[in-house]
Every structure is written in structure tokens, then in C-alpha cells.
Design a binder for this molecule. Structure first.
Ligand SMILES: Nc1ncnc2c1ncn2[C@@H]1O[C@H](COP(=O)(O)OP(=O)(O)O)[C@@H](O)[C@H]1O
Ligand SMILES: [Mg+2]
Length: 235
């Protein structure tokens, strides 16, 4: 459903991505792993239309979306949980969730259905729907960011390092939610530095280093790959 071909990207004269390729199939969960500064967020920025690549193509459901405006891309069914979570701390849980659907006509028309979906996935958010987001724990805020991204009924959900700063038990809880989301038929592109946990969620993964894809394989093979074990799993 998502296909990235020979993508090259830069900030001004600073080149960040070289000939990057990546594919996510229908109903698949795929990982993108790599160290800080590898270019993971830059790739995400290209996919969601925040950065125009120098060259290459991004195809989503047989449509070339390279260089399209972000709001158009969201309408087509790609939703992002950004690395900077960008919640409204002074607003309630419900208001933050509403913001995930408000600007997308087809989602706004199904707002109640969207609330049912995210409250089923995250019952705690239903209990706390009137609470101000800024008063909630880091883990709960992360759940809100994921729930907000789901309010637009995405076909593809992209998460940029959702586990950062969370304690291990919360990471496990969040990642088990990702498996549930996948079971609802949503494809997932999970960007992570926590490769050990990430590999338990995805079926396949790519490793990005210095702006280049250096490895791609099934999760089982990546888990046993010498470079992955040494550089990412601490084995
Ligand atoms: N807005 C920007 N302007 C200039 N350079 C940037 C910008 N954002 C990121 N970079 C640089 O691009 C490289 C890749 O960054 P990024 O995509 O954020 O990596 P990652 O998400 O894998 O940590 C880094 O060297 C970073 O310093
Ligand atoms: Mg990043």
C-alpha cells in the first residue's frame, strides 16, 4: 500500500537520505530502525508531505503522493504520531481527540464511531475524557497521541519513536495496543530505537544508517542477524 522508491532528501545543502526504499503492504506492520540522526524522521517528513524530497517517488495505494500537501495525504488515509507529540496540554482528552478528526470531512462525519473505536482500545481515555491532558502521566499522554491519530480512520498509521521516555511496562502495554490496532486492519509503520520491543510488534523491518537502508528482513531474521544483535540488541 506504501511504496518508497529511490528517495533522496536534504535540508538545504545538507543531504540526509540516499536512495531509500521501503514498502508496507496491506494489513502489515513494518519496522524502521536506526540510531539517532540516521534520517528516520526525515523519511517520515517526506511521506507526510512536510519535506519535499530531491528525487524519488512515494506511492500510496497506487497514487503518487510525492510532494503532495500534508492535509491531502491525511485525507487519503495516512496518519502520523509525530516524534514531538504536539498535544494540547490545556485541553481535555476529548478535545484533543476531536482535533484528530475535525479537519477531515469523512472522519468528522463519523466522529462518534471514532470515539467508540479509541475508547474500546484505550478504556482509560473514556474514564478520563474530561481531564486536562497536561495533568496526565507520560504513558497516558502517549496513548492519547496514538488515539488522536486513529480518529481520522487511517489505513496506514506511522509512529515516530512512540516508546521514548516510557518505562518498560508502559512500552509493553503500548505495543500490545499496536497489535490490536493492526488486528483492526490498519497497516503500521513503526519507527523505533527500541529494536528489541519493536521487533515483537512488526513482521518485517528495515535498518536505516547514515541515510541509507543497510538491511531489510523478516523480524525473525533481523533478531538473529549479527549486526542487529551487536548494534541494537546489546548481545
Ligand atoms: N530541520 C532540519 N534542518 C537541518 N538538518 C536537520 C533538520 N532535521 C534533521 N536534520 C539533520 O538530519 C539528520 C537526520 O535527522 P533525523 O531525520 O531527525 O534523524 P532520526 O529521526 O533518525 O534521529 C541529522 O543529521 C539531523 O541533524
Ligand atoms: Mg527522529
Amino acid at each position: 500500500m506504501l511504496k518508497i522508491e529511490s528517495l533522496n532528501a536534504a535540508y538545504g545543502r545538507i543531504r540526509v537520505l540516499w536512495d531509500v526504499f521501503l514498502e508496507v503492504n496491506e494489513k502489515e506492520a513494518v519496522g524502521l530502525f536506526g540510531p539517532n540522526g540516521a534520517g528516520k524522521t526525515t523519511l517520515v517528513n517526506c511521506i507526510v508531505g512536510l519535506l519535499r524530497p530531491i528525487s524519488g517517488r512515494i506511492i500510496f495505494q497506487d497514487r503518487d503522493i510525492t510532494g503532495m500537501e500534508t492535509h491531502e495525504i491525511v485525507k487519503l488515509g495516512i496518519s502520523l504520531v509525530p516524534q514531538e507529540r504536539e498535544l494540547f496540554p490545556g485541553m481535555t482528552v476529548e478535545e484533543n481527540l476531536r482535533a484528530g478528526a475535525n479537519y477531515i470531512p469523512h472522519a468528522r462525519a463519523r466522529m462518534n464511531e471514532a470515539f467508540d473505536l479509541v475508547f474500546t482500545l484505550f478504556p482509560i481515555l473514556k474514564e478520563r475524557s474530561r481531564q486536562k491532558v497536561g495533568t496526565m502521566s507520560g504513558g497516558q499522554q502517549r496513548m492519547i497521541a496514538v488515539a488522536r491519530a486513529l480518529m481520522s480512520f487511517p489505513k496506514l498509521l506511522i509512529l515516530d519513536e512512540p516508546s521514548v521516555g516510557l518505562q518498560p511496562s508502559i512500552v509493553s502495554e503500548l505495543f500490545s495496543k499496536l497489535r490490536e490496532i493492526k488486528d483492526h486492519g490498519v497497516s503500521i509503520l513503526l519507527i523505533e530505537q527500541n529494536v528489541k520491543q519493536g521487533l515483537k510488534v512488526v513482521e518485517r523491518g528495515y535498518v536505516l544508517e547514515n541515510g541509507r537502508i543497510v538491511l531489510q528482513d523478516s523480524s525473525a531474521n533481523l533478531m538473529n542477524h549479527g549486526h542487529v544483535k551487536k548494534a541494537y540488541l546489546g548481545l
